[in-house]
Ligand binder design. Structure first.
Ligand code: XCC
Ligand code: SF4
Length: 630
């Protein structure tokens, strides 16, 4: 197997060795067993939308089938397959947001869920014209929640958050007829348009995809972020640690993996219960150690500094340490493989969401009404499982890095306020950020986001691109598993300023921030849209004019396709380090990587070589600067 191992950090290597001894089957093994992937699927030219098919289009022009049974061409099939990924990704983010809105709707003074950030609630209520004077806080919260829930299915109008974009951007959306209406409507409508015998024009299918994707970025994701902040607090800067070394030998280790903060927040709260801590000690442990993974890891590190065990690719490795008493999951990005893997160890693998029951997992349903009780019960199971751990077969690698996390837009602005006197006289704005970009101290900014993907060396694309950018005075904001890669590589420390160019180093010193800022989970890419739009508005420009890019160097999920599409549709170029399954249509590739720019002012770049990708990003940033004359 060792030739197949594509690893970057030594933790991975030692645990893969251990896994092999323990008889574990990991993604590395499964990747090797998969051999060559299906060429039709890889190019996006297999259609199984109806039962006359599957139809596969020959990748060679003038040879073999050039059309499906219904007459659909490669261009149509590729566009439809892409669109359906956008629909699924949008559905996932937005359904997560809907759950949060329901939780806000049930929040009360004496219940499990309370309003933590009343200021943010008031601001949102005002933004949405909801009456606030002489009203009970929870009445306001419930009306805000209900208004958010209506964004999913309202029969008329467009999404409320679109107004947060620069007006030039809103105009582009209106001219292109891609202003999203209700979120569910866009997802449903796109599924309809891509049904057999509906849309076949690839341009139109992509326009519809952009509209649906925008209902994720400026709809579901933004609602998810805003309401989570209201309920659980807006993240503030705090210190944490990242990598598998945060698992503790003498503690009850609980791995939290998934996405929904209404679950993970309650787990954090429950894990501090003195009775449970006492029980852990009675069972021979020093205490309870909660560690996070994937976006759930991001949510709880951003708000509580809970340490990060790792990102997407490390979910199996965490269990292979032999020191996880319970791996507890809710929705999204969970390998079904964790069930069999946990059986090799004493680890209890517990699924909690009716949306994601997993074969072989123990199922304990998380019901919001009984949130605390359920979480305490789950933690108790983990604690009681400590005695079953085979201490002889524990291997916890040492590696872990320090990281500063918690950079919500509000926190970034607070940090910027520290330098207000030297650059400007206004507090509480992004003006100092815009000013340093205009002065050329920073060349620009990049949002680096997304997953891990075995098609490239694990974490290497993330880190190579980030290092290259900060060296060239481009500030990086990160979310999702990309942010966790940065945290593990030490790029979220104050010391990382030594890796930066002179300009960014000075900014880090004066503002007191690391050069790579953790902005949260993947729904929190809405925070990135927010800050970019604020900078654009500060200069009375559109997002497309700014020296700002997005990149997903190791993406894999449908959610990432929705994200990339709404980022482009928001006027921000997006660099994909993994080529999407669209290459079976030259026409569609040209649309994504070239022609779409005419319509929305931004496009996709496909570049699998991270050094080359960084070079192209820098080139594009300089091109934008030149256009601005700065
Ligand atoms: Fe999932 Fe959100 Fe991707 Fe990580 S980055 S693998 S989507 S956890 Ni969101
Ligand atoms: Fe084949 Fe057309 Fe059916 Fe797709 S929709 S499976 S191309 S007949």
């Amino acid at each position: 197997m060792s030739e197949e191992i594509q690893v970057m950090d030594s933790n991975t290597e030692v645990l893969l060795e251990k896994g092999k001894k323990d008889g574990a089957d990991t993604i590395w093994d499964r990747k090797a067993a998969m051999k060559t992937p299906c060429g039709f699927g890889e190019k996006g030219i297999c259609c199984r939308i109806c039962a006359m098919g599957p139809c596969r289009i020959s990748p060679t022009k003038d040879k073999g089938a050039q059309k499906g049974l219904c007459g659909a061409t490669a261009d149509t099939i590729v566009a439809r397959n892409f669109a359906r990924m956008v629909a699924a990704g949008t559905a996932a983010h937005s359904d997560h947001a809907r759950d949060i809105a329901h939780v806000l709707y049930m929040a009360s003074e004496d219940g499990n869920y309370k309003v933590k950030d009343a200021g943010k609630l008031m601001n949102l209520a005002k933004e949405w014209d909801i009456k606030t004077e002489n009203r009970d806080l929870y009445d306001i919260a419930h009306e805000v929640a209900e208004t958010a829930l209506n964004e999913f299915g309202k029969p008329f109008g467009t999404l409320k958050f679109l107004k947060r974009a620069p007006y030039q951007r809103q105009q582009v959306w209106s001219e292109q007829k891609i202003e999203p209406r209700a979120i569910d409507r866009e997802v449903t409508s796109l599924m309809h348009s891509t049904h057999i015998g509906c849309a076949s024009d690839p341009d139109s299918i992509f326009e519809l995809s952009m509209r649906t994707a925008l209902s994720d970025g400026w709809g579901g994701s933004m609602i998810g972020t805003e309401l989570s902040d209201i309920l659980f607090g807006t993240p503030t800067a705090c210190a944490t640690q990242a990598n598998l070394g945060v698992i503790e030998k003498n503690m009850v280790n609980i791995l939290l993996h998934g996405h929904d903060p209404s679950f993970s927040e309650m787990m954090v709260y429950a894990s501090e219960d003195p009775e449970l801590v006492k029980l852990a000690k009675e069972n021979g442990a020093d205490g309870i150690n909660l560690v996070g993974m994937c976006c759930t890891g991001n949510e709880i590190t951003m708000r509580h500094g809970v340490r990060i065990a790792g990102n997407f690719y490390q979910q199996e490795l965490a269990i292979i340490t032999g020191a996880i008493e319970a791996a507890i999951v809710d929705v999204q990005c969970i390998f079904p493989a964790l069930a069999d893997l946990s059986d090799l160890y004493h680890t209890k693998f517990i699924a909690t969401s009716p949306k994601a029951k997993i074969t072989g997992a123990e199922y304990i349903e998380f019901v919001e009404e009984k949130a605390l009780e359920t979480c305490k019960g789950i933690i108790k199971e983990a604690v009681l499982n400590f005695k079953n751990r085979d201490m002889e077969n524990v291997l916890i690698p040492d590696n872990k890095s320090h990281a500063n996390v918690g950079y919500s837009v509000e926190t970034i602005i607070q940090c910027l306020d520290r330098v207000v006197n030297s650059y400007t006289d206004e507090f509480n704005t992004v003006k100092p950020l815009a000013d340093v970009i205009w002065a050329g101290v920073l060349r620009g900014a990049a949002g680096i986001v997304g997953c891990n993907n075995p098609k490239v060396r694990y974490d290497e694309s993330h880190i190579t691109i980030m290092k290259e950018l900060i060296k060239n005075d481009v500030i990086v904001v990160a979310s999702g598993c990309a942010a966790q890669a940065a945290a593990k590589a030490g790029l979220m420390t104050m010391e990382a300023k030594e890796l930066c160019g002179r300009g960014l180093k000075e900014v880090c010193e004066r503002v007191g921030i690391p050069p790579v800022l953790h902005m949260g989970s993947c729904v929190d890419i809405s925070r990135i849209l927010d800050i970019v739009s604020r900078v654009a508005k500060e200069k009375d420009l559109d997002n497309r004019d700014l020296p700002v890019v997005g990149a997903a160097p190791e993406w894999m999920s449908e959610k990432a396709v929705a994200i990339g599409t709404y980022v482009v549709a928001s006027g921000i170029d997006t660099f994909l380090g993994i080529t999407p399954q669209v290459t079976g249509s030259e026409y569609f590739v040209d649309l994504l990587t070239n022609r779409v720019e005419e319509n929305v002012g931004a496009k996709f770049y496909f570049e699998e070589n991270p050094t080359e990708c960084a070079r192209k990003i820098l080139e594009r940033i300089e091109e934008k600067r030149e256009k601005l004359g700065i």
